[in-house]
Design a protein around this ligand. Structure first.
Ligand SMILES: [Cu+2]
Length: 164
């Protein structure tokens, strides 16, 4: 019956690991406006909390904009780095790998200097400001969330058992 073990273990791993993975957030810079001119990216960022493990996604029409990761001085004065440092895909995903301040600018025309196409964020240590542990699910709302999760977990295990 050794063959019974691996799907069950797989199911348990899936149930334990998947919720952890989904905790990493992909931030679409500018939301549906994307990465563009005349958008206030500091307003966009100010109510967001960024953690190590999250990602920024810069969406724009390829060729119209680009993304440079710069330092604080280059950010302030819109100093455009060498072109070969640019991200240019139109869907640039930047993983936030270390805590601290990060600066991003567009290097096309005067988009940074005159049109506000610049973003600075502060990335928090992944471990530190985790949201407060959810209180015990006594109220209806969190109880529902928990039971949905348990149903899902049971379904995953059931599927694993059926697949034997
Ligand atoms: Cu631009």
């Amino acid at each position: 019956m050794a063959s019974m073990k691996s799907p069950v273990i797989f199911a348990i791993v899936a149930v334990v690991v998947l919720p952890t993975l989904t905790m990493a957030t992909e931030f679409w810079v500018g939301d549906t406006s994307g990465w563009t001119v005349n958008f206030n990216y500091q307003d966009w960022a100010k109510d967001k909390v960024f953690h190590v493990g999250d990602s920024l996604v810069f969406n724009y029409t390829m060729g119209f904009h680009n993304v440079f990761k710069v330092d604080g001085a280059a950010f302030k004065d819109c100093v455009i780095p060498p072109a070969n440092e640019a991200l240019t895909s139109g869907h640039d995903v930047i993983p936030l790998q270390a805590p601290g301040k990060k600066w991003y600018i567009c290097g096309v025309g005067d988009h940074c200097a005159k049109k506000g196409q610049k973003l600075t964020i502060t990335v928090n240590d992944g471990a530190a400001p985790a949201p407060a542990p959810a209180p015990a699910p006594t109220d209806a709302a969190s109880g529902l969330g928990t039971s949905v999760y348990h149903v899902l977990m049971a379904a995953v295990v059931a599927v694993a058992l059926v697949l034997l």
